[in-house]
Design a protein around this ligand. Structure first.
Ligand SMILES: [Zn+2]
Length: 335
């Protein structure tokens, strides 16, 4: 991994790369963005570049020297690089106290002491105040990198001491590329899980390894295929079942969207290249043939509307009842 190898966060990479190259690295950064978009990866890359023994001309880490390898090891073996994450629900006072002592001691092997604090929103007041003291009077060789996906949970006085770097969700294309290159998924699967990931490579990887998702994917397709055979009572029953598994509701909407989108692509272009459920081509073809383009478009807009209602905290059961009845209607269910 080097600056150039980091996918999907061009602005953050440029900012940090310039800071290192220009020797203008701040004493404290706060990386803000959803889980699984590269905050920790980039923090480790910064740590590597600060202690690399043979940095590249652009200030990037060489990835080959002892310091780089010790920093890249999991767990980290470099004595001057520390990664702290919540033990249990919170980052404990003892963890920050130990960090304080460590950060005020001169580096052992490297030029800088680097602390990465993952979960900066999960500190009790005492931990946060101890960390604040460190941020107020950092030794010259200290760099602290705070990570959070929940900015509103970080103490404002901490935020004010840090240079804030935003990490937006990754594009589906970037997630798909990473799934293929780093996790060995084929193109179809990579597109599928990228579409379900909400721009988080971490979530995409977790979903791709979750057997429950694979099962829900097939169930979703089955349901879309049999909509026209269900009467209103059965449709309401489906809505009830979905509402009971609220934690998977978002997944279900995403999955239904990928199936319908695939059917649309196939119906419109006849090409299978862009199909996400490429390992289920007969099912995609079945949907495309039985529904037709106009119905698929109507179903997609019904799902988009429902998603909007749910995001605005509408009554989920009511929103799902309406969705199922509409989907049944569009597919021409028997009444
Ligand atoms: Zn190196």
């Amino acid at each position: 991994m080097s600056w150039a190898a980091i996918v999907g966060q061009p602005l953050a990479v440029r900012l940090l790369r310039q800071a290192v190259a220009g020797k203008k690295v701040a004493h404290a950064y706060l990386f803000v963005g959803p889980a699984g978009v590269g905050k920790r990866t980039l923090a480790l890359e910064l740590a590597k570049s600060l202690n690399c023994q043979a940095p590249r001309p652009d200030g990037g880490a060489c990835d080959a020297c002892v310091a780089c390898r010790k920093t890249a090891a999991d767990p980290i073996l470099h004595p001057d690089v520390r990664l702290i994450a919540p033990e249990g629900r919170f980052i404990k006072t003892d963890q920050i106290r130990a960090l304080q002592e460590e950060m005020y001691a001169r580096p052992n092997e490297g030029r800088m002491r680097v602390a990465i604090i993952d979960g900066a929103d999960r500190m009790n007041p005492e931990s946060a105040n101890r960390l604040l003291k460190l941020l107020e009077e950092p030794p010259g060789y200290a760099v602290l990198i705070l990570l959070t996906h929940n900015l509103s949970g970080v103490l404002p006085t901490l935020i004010s001491r840090c240079q804030v770097v935003n990490f937006p969700p990754l594009s589906p294309e970037d997630v798909a590329r990473m799934l293929q290159a780093q996790h060995g998924l084929d193109a179809g699967q990579a597109r599928l899980y990228a579409a379900l990931s909400g721009g988080s490579i971490g979530r995409a990887v977790a979903l791709s390894q979750d057997a429950g998702v694979a099962a829900r994917r097939d169930q979703t397709c089955d349901l879309l295929q049999k909509l026209s055979t269900l009467d209103d009572l059965a449709l309401i029953g489906q809505a009830e079942a979905l509402d009971k598994e609220k934690e998977h509701l978002e997944d279900w909407l995403d999955l239904a969207t990928t199936w319908l989108r695939d059917a649309l692509v196939l119906a419109q272009t006849g090409s299978t290249q862009l199909v996400m459920n490429a390992d289920r081509l007969p099912s995609v073809r079945g949907l495309a043939d039985s529904l037709g383009t106009a119905s698929i478009l109507d179903m997609l807009s019904a799902i988009v509307e429902t998603r909007g209602h749910l995001q605005r905290n509408a009554n989920s059961r009511l929103a799902l009842d309406v969705l199922m009845l509409r989907l049944g209607d569009i597919s021409g269910n028997r009444r």
